[in-house]
Design a protein around this ligand. Structure first.
Ligand code: TUI
Length: 312
């Protein structure tokens, strides 16, 4: 499965792990990279020193390339951006904003920059400022999302830019990977299925909630505040949606979500916490190791489109 993405990143398979807050720590990142994909440490809203330690721990576990995802709304984004360079990280992906102000620093340090985008306009802007690739992330994804689905976003982004496009949102098996290639992607980013891997240091309740999810179990909160977030339906999302409908202030709604992802991932409170997951959760039925999952994805994809010339 050699594509522009495997060549760009020096990895075996064009499969990238999502930079999920609280979930994407060094065990998972190293597991994905060791299995031939690109593992990521999700900096989320964590302080720069936590990110630095995570990078060092991942390096003890793998000599293969791995990256860091920066959540640009983080109060620590500036410091984390510098840690990437200081620690010699080879790849950075970004989410929830535009990384333009860090581009020069990263590019001159030889860091490969892959912004996650949810629109054609941002993809174009990212290419102009020197991005090496983009992740086109559809609204099937878990967490903070844009307006367009993967099906409509990926081909439009692929038409709009020359740099390789990585598809994300709604992909959890070989059919999804093959479909992404047909839409013009040269790689995929997968989140939800990696939450339920043996390496993921996620509370068992969180994993079980995903494994038991049905097709219609996710919902989107925060559409009115301009921060739409997809999570699995529970007491928290119900309360949030009720308050949103009643016109509750942004500040009060933020209070409700503050720390709610940690509550679910770390404490296992899947009732009052935020169980962020993509719509494809309904199809995730087993806990595999990163290696088993990646091997399964590659085998299934090859059976569908191997030799059909889609990878190039
Ligand atoms: O960033 C993500 N997914 C995330 S971030 C996150 S932490 C969070 N939690 C609660 C509220 C807000 C954040 C959880 N999941 N994916 C990448 C992504 N980026 N999706 C959408 C975007 C995006 C949206 C608007 C990127 C840029 C943008 O506008 C930037 C601009 O300047 O136009």
């Amino acid at each position: 499965m050699r594509t522009e993405i495997t060549e760009l990143l020096g990895i075996q398979y064009p499969i990238i792990q999502g930079g999920m807050a609280w979930v994407a720590e060094h065990h998972l990142a190293a597991g994905v990279s060791e299995a031939g994909g690109l593992g990521l440490i999700g900096a989320a809203s964590a302080p720069a020193d936590w990110v630095r330690q995570q990078i060092r721990e991942a390096r003890k576990k793998t000599e293969k390339p791995f990256g860091v995802n920066i959540m640009l709304m983080s109060p620590y984004a500036d410091e984390v951006a510098k840690v990437i360079v200081e620690e010699g990280v080879k790849v950075v992906t970004t989410g929830a904003g535009s990384p333009e102000k860090y581009m020069e620093m990263w590019k001159s340090a030889g860091v490969k920059v892959i912004p996650v985008v949810a629109s054609v306009a941002l993809a174009r802007r990212m290419e102009r400022t020197g991005a090496d690739a983009v992740v086109a992330e559809g609204s099937e994804s878990g967490g903070h999302i844009g307006e367009n689905t993967t099906m409509v976003l990926v081909p439009q982004v692929a038409d709009a830019v020359q740099i390789p496009v990585i598809a994300a949102g709604g992909i959890a098996d070989g059919r999804g990977v093959a479909a992404a290639f047909m839409l013009g992607a040269k790689g995929v980013q997968i989140g939800t299925h990696f939450v339920v891997t043996k390496e993921a240091q996620v509370h068992e309740n969180y994993k079980q909630r995903i494994l038991k999810a049905k097709d219609i179990d996710s919902c989107v909160t925060g559409r009115t505040t301009g921060h739409p977030v997809r999570a699995l339906r529970n007491q928290m999302t119900k309360e949030y949606l009720r308050m949103e409908k009643e016109g509750t202030s942004f500040e009060e709604l933020e209070l409700l979500t503050l720390g709610s992802l940690r509550k679910a991932v770390v404490e296992g409170d899947t009732v009052n916490g935020s169980v962020m997951a993509g719509q494809i959760a309904g199809m995730v039925k087993e806990e595999l190791s990163c290696q088993e999952l990646i091997e399964k994805l590659v085998k299934e994809t090859d059976a569908l489109i191997g030799g059909a010339g889609f990878y190039e």
